[in-house]
Design a protein around this ligand. Structure first.
Ligand code: 86X
Length: 768
């Protein structure tokens, strides 16, 4: 695809610049012969004009929008000084780009002319947010770029509409000298030149119409400068429609519109994990981005996985010995019930979504949408539970809940509405509640390991990290190799008697004394986050890789149809194959569509992660055999039709085992033990999960100190001089759990941090 050439610069003033025509263009910077002359005129030494958008989402988007621009390729220039040096005297203005965040006010990309100074103290006022907002530099991953590549163009990657773009008035149309703006298209080895009006047009088109902010005149030029740039007209307001991380490119790279075109994944898992993930989940047809930030459509391909998880877990909890019953409580909760338990709700209050109106009339009292159902269920428990004979009560519901989070959303991992099961039980004895908690935790481990092929570490949360409303919280912790982060997979709480006391749950005691007892309660939840973890752990640069036990389609049968061999010739044998696999209980799909080639189908089902592909060609049919191919490693096997069902069922089990082993090896390679503080942050910086001897899981101050110190040292180690200004809470180590499987702790072992006697091994990491 050709970039629309711009004549914006007219004839470039390149006096004194060395033409670059003689030097070969860099890799990827294809310079078409007809463009060579322009390139030689317009580019300084070491800079090539880019004439092919390649796979760059920004350049593709600019082209799609018909926005004229000139793009240069050069050495990577992560700082504005380097960029200035590389681009020499090219006309246009460089930008400084600051990505800042305040917990309440949100995230802002502040883009100012290269010669403007940004005063952090004045920034909240300029942005029109609370004056006391605590703006700190934040991780550019939210824009899907690395540190040196932040620019307004990256707004394209902010599908969730988390970031507000604030543009220096002097860079806006009508402001400054009107010359082009030079800034990076997601990568620091390219610079795009486009007019202020076109930059604003682009931003509006990607749902990020900028807020124009007057940063005043350039300091040095201030005296000479004409009166302050006039306030620009308000940029056109575009609806904030979330966009998939990558502009859709279906057919984009094959103009012929041939049936062979498959919209392949462009980003790599190792190179750009966030973009890669966005592509995997959209191109596999799991997710569609909805109209509301942080809310996603689960298409049949992902909902089908959830149904498999539901079916298994639902069966396990209903079976003996647990015998949990399903039920359904209302979506809404009254203000009174929600706020009955202040300690429980306090920290969560900002996340609660409220309904305040019906039609045009205000409700007498707002009602909340459930963020979890304790406050809805437990007042009813109080009515139902009278005698010790009413215990145990074991309920579960499958539903969705809403938590209006302000952290940036990620499909599956953190969405504002998500699907889950929430289990709530009440028992006569504390020990029974504990048994329940551990039984469920065991089932959660089974979901991850036996269904999703993701290894997890079961353990108990420290006091600091437990659910504050309960007595203790157990968890299964997974590790995502691609991002180097830990993630909580599911939790199972022993709530103690806290909720019972608040909601007045009491039963007559069993000893006949006529006394009362507050039952011991548990609650436990597993969400659609599990699907995201599964995707992140297993998938590859070709797309999704599905573990067989949850794959909506376990085996796809592809008849190798051609002119020489029409479907009719294979139909009979294909039908037999399908019947054989169905009889073995396998989930099978036959892709006998006539409008796509077998090769296209291979790629398509590979991208969707189907564990096994069965190819059936004329020779196979004649020999009454098939060729089976494994998604996970491409392994191939010719197999006879006779006994094919059992053979493929065994193959699927083997695929599961291979996937689990691979994931476990990757996780174990990042699981280390540290006994001295000196090794802690270096190991953390290598993305490890770290087991340390720990003094006391109830010592919240010591834990907080580790968090702070690890953040500070990590900043130092990464050469992020500035400081305190970087929240980067995410750089801090957090406790994940005290693993239930404890390595031996030799007598006399000291806590790695406080030096006090250690009481356990504790697992630490950076986490989601
Ligand atoms: C904690 C506790 C618990 C049942 C589970 O972890 C499993 C299933 N519930 C959930 N939690 C909240 O209690 C909570 C409350 C409010 Cl009001 C909120 F807005 C968000 C919450 N998030 C988590």
């Amino acid at each position: 695809m050709q970039i629309v050439k711009t004549a914006k610069f007219g004839v470039l003033d390149v006096g004194g610049l060395k033409p670059a025509a003689s030097s070969a263009p860099r890799r990827g910077a294809h310079v078409a012969p007809t463009d060579a002359a322009l390139a030689s005129l317009s580019a300084p030494a070491g800079v090539a004009v880019v004439t092919d958008a390649g796979d760059n989402a920004v350049l593709l988007k600019l082209d799609a929008l018909g926005i004229p621009h000139q793009t240069y390729r050069h050495a990577p220039v992560p700082t504005i000084e380097a960029q200035s040096a590389a681009l020499g005297a090219l006309p246009g203005r460089l930008t400084k780009n600051l990505l800042v965040k305040d917990k309440k006010a949100g995230t802002f990309l502040v883009t100012v002319a290269h010669d403007r100074a940004v005063n952090m103290k004045e920034l909240p006022g300029l942005l029109g947010i609370a004056k006391n907002a605590n703006l700190r530099l934040t991780d550019p991953a939210v824009l899907g770029v690395e540190k040196g590549s932040v620019s307004p163009y990256a707004a394209l990657n902010d599908a969730g509409g988390v970031v507000t773009v604030a543009l220096d008035a002097s860079l806006a149309p009508g402001g400054g000298d009107g010359s082009n703006i030079l800034t990076h298209p997601l990568r620091s080895d390219m610079t795009v030149s486009a007019s202020p009006a076109d930059l604003v047009k682009y931003l509006a088109a990607v749902g990020h119409a900028p807020k124009i902010v007057d940063f005043g005149a350039a300091p040095a030029a201030a005296a000479a400068a004409a009166p302050k740039a006039p306030k620009p007209p308000k940029a056109p307001k575009a609806p904030k429609a979330p966009k998939p991380p990558q502009a859709p490119q279906a057919g984009g790279r094959n103009k012929k519109g041939s049936k062979e075109t498959l919209d392949r994944i462009v980003a790599s898992k190792a190179g750009d994990f966030a973009t890669w993930y966005g592509e995997v989940i959209t191109k596999s047809e799991m997710i569609e981005y909805g109209k509301i930030s942080g809310c996603y459509i689960l298409r049949p391909w992902s909902f089908g996985i959830w149904e498999q998880i539901q079916k298994a877990f639902d069966g396990w909890i209903k079976d003996e010995p647990l015998e949990v019953e399903n039920c359904y409580f209302p979506l809404f909760v009254t203000k009174g019930a929600l706020e009955a338990e202040e300690d429980h709700v306090d920290g969560f209050a900002p996340e609660v979504a409220w309904v305040t109106r019906s039609g045009d009339s205000e409700l007498a009292e707002p009602i909340a949408i459930r963020p979890t159902s304790e406050t809805i269920m437990y007042p009813e428990f109080a009515k139902w539970l009278r005698s010790h004979r009413d215990l145990p009560l074991k309920l579960n519901q499958w539903c969705s809940v809403v938590r209006w989070e302000f952290k940036y959303p990620t499909p599956f991992l953190r969405s504002r509405e998500f699907l889950w099961q929430e289990g709530h039980t009440a028992h006569y004895e504390l020990a029974e509640a504990d048994d329940m908690v551990y039984a469920i935790l065991g089932l959660y481990k089974k979901v991850y390991e036996d269904l999703l092929a993701v290894p997890v570490i079961p353990g108990t949360k420290t006091e600091k990290e437990k659910f504050a409303g309960g007595l203790r919280t157990t968890t299964v912790e997974a590790y995502i190799d691609g991002s180097g982060r830990a993630i909580q997979g599911a939790t199972s709480h022993n709530l103690g008697q806290n909720f019972g006391k608040i909601y007045g749950i009491e039963v007559e005691s069993a000893d006949g004394s006529g006394g009362k007892r507050v039952p011991w309660q548990t609650s436990w939840g597993l969400t659609t986050r599990s699907i995201g973890v599964m995707v992140m752990v297993h998938s590859d640069d070709q797309g999704l890789v599905l573990p067989p036990r949850v794959a909506p389609v376990q085996v796809v049968v592809i008849p190798i149809i051609s002119k020489a061999c029409p479907l009719a010739e294979l139909q009979g044998f294909v039908d037999e194959v399908k019947a054989e696999l169905k009889a073995a209980g396998l989930r099978v799909r036959v892709d006998d569509r006539g409008n796509q080639s077998p090769g296209w189908k291979y790629n398509h089902w590979e991208q969707k992660g189907v564990p096994l592909r069965v190819e059936v060609g004329p020779r196979d049919a004649a020999a009454r055999s098939v060729m089976a191919v494994r998604r996970v490693d491409g392994g191939k096997k010719a197999l006879p039709l006779a006994g094919l069902g059992a053979a493929l069922a065994a193959e699927l089990d083997d695929v599961h085992a291979a996937m689990f082993a691979k994931a476990k090896a990757a996780r174990d390679a990042k699981l280390v033990r540290v006994t001295d503080w000196a090794d802690f942050v270096p190991k953390l910086n290598e993305n490890n999960l770290i087991l340390t001897p720990w003094c006391d899981p109830a010592d919240q101050d010591a834990e907080e100190a580790v968090k702070d110190k690890s953040r500070t040292e990590a900043l130092e180690a990464l050469g992020l001089d500035d400081e305190d200004a970087r929240t980067a809470t995410s750089l801090a180590a957090k406790t994940l759990c005290v693993p239930h499987d404890q390595p031996p702790l030799p007598a006399g072992t000291k806590c790695f941090f406080t030096g006090k006697p250690a009481t356990c091994w504790c697992l630490w990491g950076r986490s989601y």
